[in-house]
Design a protein around this ligand. Structure first.
Ligand code: RB5
Length: 142
């Protein structure tokens, strides 16, 4: 199960990503927000991060205007590695090297076409399982 969430700034892109996930046959749960009314990105960043941390979801996607605030909020939850990506190279590398479990996107930064490619790259790239990357991730957790 994939968890998805956004604030009002990411709402329209979230709707496009949900449509894309449906076309790909990827099951998801939407943790809000459910309209373009102004709201607070930490609420949705935390909701998806908790769902990933407690195993309700295996991965997540978070969107706000820049992707910055919502990724900062998500990364406060232990066990979460949220990566803000604006290109496919970063999305591939963060899965392979960091085993990122949440992708963050900035709806005011990337266009829809690029965002969907980044989503595909994130979903389709496996963790490398390389010993040195495992060691570094363990150091992040402290
Ligand atoms: C909301 O206006 C905006 O601040 C938010 O979407 C995000 O960019 C925060 O980091």
């Amino acid at each position: 199960m994939l968890g998805i969430g956004s604030d009002h700034g990411g709402y329209a892109l979230k709707q496009a990503i949900k449509k894309h996930l449906e076309a790909r046959g990827v099951a998801y749960r939407d943790y809000g927000t459910y309209s373009e009314a102004s709201c607070d990105y930490p609420d949705y960043g935390r909701a998806v991060a908790l769902a990933v941390a407690n195993g309700e979801c295996d991965r997540g996607i978070l969107i706000c205007g820049t992707g910055i605030g919502i990724s900062i909020a998500a990364n406060k939850v232990p066990g979460v590695r949220a990566a803000l990506c604006g290109d496919c190279f970063s999305a591939e590398a963060t899965r392979a090297h960091n085993d990122a479990n949440i992708l963050a996107l900035g709806a005011r930064v990337v266009g829809e076409g690029l965002a969907l490619k980044i989503v595909d790259t994130f979903l389709d790239t496996a963790f490398s399982n390389d010993e040195r990357h495992i060691r570094r991730i363990q150091k992040i957790e402290g």
